[in-house]
Design a protein. Structure first.
Length: 146
């Protein structure tokens, strides 16, 4: 630190509070990058806990075969949905293309093999997931199955 002054402290005192907050707020690109890295590392539950907004809305196709509701709202409902799915399934061989970021949204193209824990067997599965970011949190996740 030149002259013994911390430039971050100096910046905080020279910027108005709103500008300082916006400068410190992670961008959609930051959220997309970090969320995707956690998924690639197999940290699915931790990614949700870190990035879901309290009022997150999660949307699956109405005809999904996983026994989960098509639409859930709120972080507690998203946790229940995820844990229900995880109780019956696991993911193997996950491949992710993206993130593809536009404005306050990002998309992931995911190929995986899903193992059915209750019936046994596995199946290839492809989906596109589109995430909407608000205040550095995922406020909506929408899934499209191939």
């Amino acid at each position: 630190m030149a002259g013994g002054k911390n430039p971050f402290v100096a910046a905080r005192h020279t910027l108005d509070p709103i500008t300082y907050w916006e400068a410190a707020m992670p961008t959609t690109e930051d959220v997309a990058r970090d969320f995707t890295a956690m998924l690639r590392d197999g940290q699915f539950a931790a990614a949700g806990e870190r990035f879901w907004a309290d009022d997150v809305k999660s949307i699956e196709p109405a005809n999904n075969t996983f026994g989960i509701p098509a639409i859930v709202e709120g972080i507690d409902a998203a946790r229940i949905k995820f844990n229900t799915w995880l109780g019956a399934s696991s993911i193997n061989d996950l491949g992710i293309d993206g993130p593809f970021v536009t404005g306050n949204q990002f998309a992931l193209f995911m190929d995986m093999v899903i193992v059915n824990r209750t019936r046994g067997g596995s199946q290839p599965f492809t989906e596109i997931a589109i995430y909407t970011v608000r205040d550095a949190k995922i406020s909506e996740e929408r899934y499209f199955y191939a």
